[in-house]
Design a protein around this ligand. Sequence first.
Ligand SMILES: Cc1ncc(COP(=O)(O)O)c(C=O)c1O
Length: 375
Amino acid sequence: MHPWIADRTTSFDSSGIRKVFDLAAKLKDPINLSIGQPDFDVPEVIQDATVDAIRSGKNAYSPTQGIAPLRERLLAEVRAKYPGQDRDVFISSGTSGGLVLSMLSMINPGDEVIFLDPYFVMYPALVRLCGGVPVKVNSYPDFRLDPAKIEAAITPKTKMILVNSPANPTGVTATEDDLRDVADLAAKHNVALLSDEIYSRFYYDGDFASPASHNPDTIVIDGFSKSHAMTGWRVGYVHGPPEIISTMLKIQQYSFVCSPQPAQWGALRAMEVSLDGHIDDYRRKRDFMVQQLSPHFELTSPGGAFYLFPKAPAGETGSAFVERAIQDGVLIIPGNIFSDQDSHFRISFAADDETLRRGAERLIKLAGDNSCSIC
Ligand SMILES: Cc1ncc(COP(=O)(O)O)c(C=O)c1O
């Protein structure tokens, strides 16, 4: 190792997803079911608002906490949703920026952070970066946020419970009852509850539920990356207890500085854009993929996000199946990138209908089943 490299960087690897993308770069015209962002473009009115911001000279640093109109708009929304709670809000550099600042603000070396396995790739890496200890709670085979399993993982060193519903990579949504029980557990044990709600808009069956409704000290992270296909624009937001928010802002001041100002003006316009059509479309894509694949793979139907997390065929690891799929031109992600276990794989259904149809057909054939209805 190069002598200049700090020890803290050796406690985690770079994201395995990048390795899959490198493999993919060698394929000609792959069927790409690996992408973690919507297949629609940023709505035009949002693009226009951002271009207008640039052209009218809104190109400087914004205040650390974000431009006032966007902050005020978000704060009004948060206050309406959580009446009577003392919550402050700021604009972060994407949801990832909010996650980084949360960890830096709350995790001391040796602190334990509980989250479900499978998990979003950043969680263990960020916990380790702060010297914390990731405590992964096995949620196979149904990926449920089971309050009893969370409680069993709590120790005197637990500092934070991190929940993500709808979840990446499983798409599974936690029930209101389970979220309430986990929210109560966090309060009972006086540990931080961090809720990553980046997929809150992609919710297909019923209304979105947040643990913040049941625990006013919950720190919530959300953003515009997925909802409005703005992944490259870096606009997220965090709301929670004012003292935690001001600590996060202190670090934002010396790190991210601010979310890009023109993109924040775009996000303000995004708040007026209805996503109903897109959500209906994604519900239909979810239904199609579940209907096609569930006779051939062990699969939990996802209530949100745009991922499926099927089990590889019997006798095969997730990564071995993915290797075969990639050789056959279908890009999917091995489950062991998101898990300590190598038994599943992630499919993103954020793709056009023809890609989904061709992808499902190939995957069914790879599962060794030639009786598929669309082949
Ligand atoms: C669960 C989860 N949290 C956070 C992020 C990061 O989102 P952003 O682009 O807003 O940083 C992602 C992106 O894939 C995600 O899946």
